[in-house]
Design a protein around this ligand. Structure first.
Ligand code: DQA
Length: 144
């Protein structure tokens, strides 16, 4: 079964971006691991990253049309994009929210709200790259 892992803005610089917060694994490595973890779980995982909000909205709209499960790290859009909120609301297959850090434990108050959480079957945060594996496990369990 096909599953999309969608990563939002600035996550393309993973490994080089504030490694003390986000770790040293690159986005390419993250993508490779997600595909391998997915295969172990019987999931056909495709990983994408964009810095452009409209592109993410198009991907989420397609996922809604095709009832594809989504693991979503909307990065900063998580905290303020009502367009992402509305796009997530349309999904019918399981949506799992993932973050490398735990935004709720970080000092910036803007990180403490999520527009994704109301639509997610689970939130995995603060586990770094391994959190994506947990998120894929949640998807696999939901799909039975
Ligand atoms: C993030 C947390 C967000 O607050 C931040 O804007 C990001 C990454 C994470 O994975 O920890 O870009 O989603």
């Amino acid at each position: 079964r096909r599953v999309l892992v969608l990563n939002g803005p600035n996550l393309g610089r993973l490994g080089r971006r504030q490694p003390e917060i986000y770790g040293t694994t690159t986005h390419d490595e993250l993508a490779e691991r997600c595909v391998a973890w997915g295969a172990e779980l019987g999931l056909d995982v495709e990983v994408r990253q964009t810095n452009h909000e409209g592109v993410l909205l198009d991907w989420l709209n397609d996922a809604a049309d095709e009832a594809v499960p989504v693991v979503l790290n909307a990065a900063a859009w998580t905290h303020y994009s009502y367009a992402v909120f509305d796009a997530c609301a349309q999904l019918t297959a399981p949506l799992v929210e993932v973050h490398l850090s735990d935004p709720t434990q970080r000092p910036e108050v803007f990180r403490h709200t999520s527009v994704v959480t109301p639509h997610a079957v689970a939130v995995v945060a603060g586990k770094g790259v391994d959190g994506y594996r947990d998120a894929l496990e949640v998807v696999a369990a939901r799909l039975g």
